[in-house]
Design a protein around this ligand. Structure first.
Ligand code: B12
Length: 210
């Protein structure tokens, strides 16, 4: 079995130790860092994605896989110039004001990162002002907002309105998610899209940015 396949399998199994070890060995052998990323780490996540979608893998397993990938990425980052990292675009993500739920948001962030997006995670309880400031600072292609409480969903509309007032709305796509949301709600508040899980979020970003 090739080392790339072993690495992809370690990622798929959520084996951080193995993923780190194999990544280290490949680096020591002088393997091209981008090949390690594409043929090892991302290849591993590419096995996870369809299985999660089909209900054959569950959230904890997906998070373990994404973490195993992150272990490899951390070792590779110093070896790669920013310009060389194939980035599909920048996504700013956060849980809206008043809401502290972040498990789903973190999963979305990890999947987007492992899918080749640069992710700026603003954390939880992100105020309207903070989203607007961060949009100015990072100039993202996409802003993703998460809400798990019916009482905090309204903050999404406030944020979209504030982005529009700040003149930033036309230059970026806004996506929303979280258990109580729906496509209908997304349409109502003027977002560009809704996704029900992390894989769908990645596909949505690819569609909106591409
Ligand atoms: C874990 C949890 C907590 C944890 C949160 C820990 C953490 N670090 O996140 C703790 C214990 C802190 C908590 C607190 C509270 N919680 Co709570 N919590 C949950 C619980 C059980 C699971 C949520 C979760 O993590 N799901 C797993 C993840 C993976 O799924 P997910 O979040 O839906 O995310 C997926 C998708 O929605 C989507 N997605 C998510 N975000 C985004 C963003 C974008 C941009 C996109 C595209 C997609 C996307 O992709 C994700 C991955 O597939 C839910 C029950 C439920 N069934 O949802 C209640 C729940 C959300 N909580 C609830 C409540 C009421 C509370 C509290 C008010 C309880 C209290 N009285 O203190 C507080 C509120 C605190 C606050 N201010 O936020 C209610 C909300 C009811 C409502 N209708 O509003 C729920 C539904 C439970 C219930 N049935 O009553 N909670």
């Amino acid at each position: 079995m090739s080392d790339f396949i072993k690495l992809a399998e370690a990622v798929f199994r959520g084996d951080f130790g193995g993923a780190g070890q194999i990544t280290k060995e490949l680096i020591d052998n002088g393997t091209d860092p981008l090949a390690i990323i594409n043929q090892g780490l991302i290849a591993g996540m590419d096995i996870v994605a369809p299985k999660f979608k089909a209900g054959e893998m569950f959230v904890p397993e997906v998070m373990m896989a994404a973490r195993a990938m992150a272990v490899g990425m951390e070792l590779l980052k110093p070896l790669i110039n920013d310009v060389d990292i194939p980035s599909k675009g920048t996504v700013l993500i956060g849980t809206v004001a008043g809401d502290l739920h972040d498990i789903g948001k973190n999963l979305v962030a990890m999947i987007l990162e492992s899918g080749g997006f640069k992710v700026v995670d603003l954390g939880v309880d992100v105020s309207v002002e903070k989203f607007v400031e961060a949009a100015k600072q990072y100039n993202p292609q996409v802003i993703g907002m998460s809400a798990l409480l019916t009482t905090t969903m309204v903050a999404m509309k406030d944020t979209i309105d504030a982005l529009r007032e700040a003149g930033l709305r036309n230059n970026l796509k806004i996506i929303v998610g979280g258990a109580p949301l729906s496509q209908e709600f997304s349409d109502q508040i003027g977002a560009d899209g809704y996704a029900s899980d992390a894989m769908a979020a990645k596909e949505l970003c690819e569609k909106l940015v591409g």
